[in-house]
Design a binder for this molecule. Structure first.
Ligand SMILES: Cc1cc2nc3c(=O)[nH]c(=O)nc-3n(C[C@H](O)[C@H](O)[C@H](O)COP(=O)(O)OP(=O)(O)OC[C@H]3O[C@@H](n4cnc5c(N)ncnc54)[C@H](O)[C@@H]3O)c2cc1C
Length: 258
């Protein structure tokens, strides 16, 4: 989906696919594509009808090894998640067989909208799990380390911090569980998914930050899981739709329009 000129605003996608006999001819560029370096099959969001508005987008399956005109760019240099590749992709008169169209032409945006809640649920699950794991690692650390002749966990501030964080996570977990049940029942709506995505990813960000503080200087060391979590999870409030876009989706629904 994402291009250098557009991320949050999917309708700004400029990569085009023009029909030429039994092929689409694709021109454009994508960026920030997870696993773009290792992928051999790419689901590509393209504009098939420049005048079609929200019905002008389609999804093409691009076979990386057998598509003339397709090239991968560099592996992007991120601040976190070093083992996951994130890439630029280039399409210059790339020829994709018409049979590689996913679903119907013109329905691409609709397909993306209906499946993005699943991606968001995945990020929510990662976020709550990371937050809970980091909290448990922090509890173990606070029981082990001492200052002023006491275990760190015996300071009232540590206990209050832990109490607040565990309460927030327990309350959030009930929403996550409800999301999973709704997803399994096929009833998870884009608005419900947006609520979970922004709230739980922001909660995880706050929790990891507070846990790092409780570790003192050791929290800033990559050898401690909390330091690694701090860097690697920063992206969670951004990819899969930013916190601000999630609030837009919810706010639009509350206001009663699209
Ligand atoms: C590591 C990583 C992996 C990724 N993987 C993928 C992938 O596999 N596939 C893919 O398609 N994309 C992927 N992305 C892209 C990601 O989804 C986008 O970066 C994200 O949606 C934001 O788009 P943007 O970066 O263009 O920011 P912009 O859209 O330029 O936004 C910049 C800022 O403006 C705010 N903003 C924008 N519009 C509004 C608005 N209407 N109201 C209020 N605030 C607004 C945003 O919230 C943000 O804070 C990945 C990104 C990263 C960093």
């Amino acid at each position: 989906m994402t291009e250098p000129g557009t991320g949050s605003d999917l309708q700004g996608i400029r990569t085009t696919a023009k029909r030429d006999g039994d092929h689409y001819v694709v021109n454009g560029q994508k960026t920030f594509i997870s696993s773009g370096i290792m992928a051999d099959l790419i689901v590509l969001a393209v504009r098939t009808d420049p005048e079609g508005g929200s019905n002008g987008f389609s999804l093409l399956m691009v076979e990386a090894d057998s598509t003339p005109g397709f090239e991968r760019g560099r592996k992007l240099d991120k601040i976190g998640l070093p083992s996951q590749d994130t890439a630029e992709l280039y399409f210059t008169d790339a020829r994709v067989p018409v049979e590689n169209l996913l679903g119907e032409e013109g329905q691409g945006l609709k397909y993306l909208m209906s499946h993005l809640p699943r991606e968001r649920l995945g990020i929510v699950a990662q976020s709550i799990t990371t937050a809970q794991t980091t909290l448990e690692q922090t509890i173990a650390y606070l029981k082990d380390r001492t200052a002023f002749g006491k275990r760190l966990i015996d300071f009232q501030n540590s206990r209050f911090e832990l109490a607040e964080m565990q309460t927030e996570l327990d309350v959030a977990q009930t929403y996550v569980d409800a999301m999973v049940l709704a997803y399994n029942a096929g009833t998870l709506t884009p608005v419900e998914a947006a609520k979970g995505k922004w709230y739980v990813s922001e909660l995880m960000k706050r929790t990891v930050d507070r846990c790092l503080q409780l570790h003192g200087g050791y929290g800033f060391m990559k050898e401690y899981p909390v330091g690694k979590a701090y860097i690697d999870t920063r992206i969670q409030t951004i990819y899969g739709g930013t916190t601000e876009i999630m609030k837009e989706i919810i706010g639009r629904d509350i206001a009663g329009g699209r």
